[in-house]
Design a protein around this ligand. Structure first.
Ligand code: PLP
Length: 380
């Protein structure tokens, strides 16, 4: 008699992200693009980079798009282009990836944190004005997990107080607020092509965009050693170029981005239906927003036990982010303490991201949702 399958041998596993599934769906196009670069002999700059800049600029509805080496560099370049330096303050959310604040400190400025909204985890516009001082030069707004912050309210405050608005859209390519694309609202928009982003390279990559020609020009200058003309350095710039190979890969992927985004949105709908009435907090999508679900983040006061039970069931999860900015050791000198931003602190304790990538099957999403439902009913 053959052995019956055990729970262990039949267990479904659903990783948080499977980039090989995406590759499989477009492999011939990717290999052709890479071959094209290899045989072209142009490995830095050249047509792949300039065409990618045009295409992604059009996708984001911005006239000036400058590719660079990472999303972190995009933010640092933004700070440099706006002239942020010692003595300047830049307001940024207390709950985000480190680069939304380290970019300010790396150019000598001071990050000033503001708490986030309890349901979207984006900068709380009602708390913005009280953080503005005569030293404030700019606001970095983060579109966390793929949903824009309240850009209309924040832009109105920035205009009234004469502050530059920078969008950290690292997680939000193709997201919209009131039908207008992320990155096209502020003076400068910053994107990341880290592999786990909705548009991900095979390595690091980033992009800065601007609606202003003067800033576009300055960003281009700063990206490559401030040289104009070549070997005449009028500014202290960086070497922050996007490789031609990554540009060629990203051009292929950009053609598929809308359908991948729709796949993520469909998976989010499946989760929402399957988890209706379950005692976990679901992501709140604002009516004004087109959410692109770089992450699908749920919430539970029993987050750690929920995560452990999902891990035991073969479901990959991640915590974005377990420690808010103001309590990061690298910002000790800023003098913040635990308790300063309670909404961010609670989010860091209670949230967990579920698999949402577009290649997931309906059954996989249903399996994950069922494990969440089981946990919620067994622990209530
Ligand atoms: C919100 C946010 N800002 C900035 C970055 C930095 O991007 P990169 O990893 O490409 O430097 C990331 C990416 O991890 C991010 O999620």
């Amino acid at each position: 008699m053959s052995a019956q399958p055990t729970a262990a041998t039949t267990k479904t596993t659903v990783p948080l992200l499977d980039l090989t599934a995406q590759l499989k769906s477009i492999e011939p196009e990717i290999r052709a693009a890479i071959d094209g670069v290899l045989t072209s002999g142009r490995y830095i700059g050249g047509p792949e980079v300039s065409e990618f800049e045009k295409e992604v600029g059009a996708y984001c509805s911005v006239p000036h798009a400058i590719a660079c080496a990472s999303g972190t560099d995009a933010l640092v370049l933004a700070m440099r282009a706006l002239g942020v330096g010692p003595g300047d303050e830049v307001i940024t959310p207390a709950y985000s990836f480190l680069a939304s604040a380290s970019s300010v400190a790396l150019v000598g400025g001071k990050p000033v944190f503001v708490d986030v909204e309890p349901d979207t985890y984006n900068l709380d516009s009602s708390k913005l004005e009280q953080a503005i001082t005569p030293k404030t030069k700019a606001v970095i707004v983060v579109h966390l997990f793929g949903q824009c912050a309240d850009l209309e309210a924040i832009q109105t405050i920035c205009k009234r107080r004469n502050l530059a608005l920078v969008e950290d859209a690292a997680q939000a390519i193709g997201a919209e607020w009131q039908g207008k694309r992320a990155g096209s609202w502020g003076e400068i928009g910053c994107f990341s092509f880290f592999p786990s982003k909705n548009l991900g390279a095979f390595g690091d990559g980033g992009l800065v965009v601007s609606t202003r020609a003067d800033l576009g020009d300055k960003l281009r200058l700063l990206r490559e050693h401030g040289a104009r003309p070549k070997y005449n350095h009028i500014e202290l710039g960086m070497n922050s170029r996007l490789d031609a190979l990554q540009a060629a890969v990203l051009r292929v992927k950009l053609r598929h981005l809308e359908s991948w985004t729709e796949g993520r949105r469909k998976n989010a709908d499946i989760y929402r239906q399957a988890l209706a009435g379950v005692a976990v907090g679901l992501p709140v999508a604002r009516q004004e927003a087109r959410h692109i679900y770089n992450q699908f983040v749920i919430r539970s006061p029993k987050r750690d036990a929920l995560r452990a039970s999902l891990t035991a069931a073969g479901v990959g999860t991640e915590i974005y982010y377990p420690k808010p900015m103001h309590v990061q050791p690298c910002f000790d000198a800023l003098g913040y303490k635990d308790g300063d931003f309670p909404v961010s602190e609670a989010a860091a304790r209670e949230t967990v991201a579920l698999p949402i990538y577009p290649e997931l099957t309906r059954d996989q999403v249903a399996y994950v949702a069922e494990r969440v439902r089981e946990f919620a009913s067994s622990s209530s």
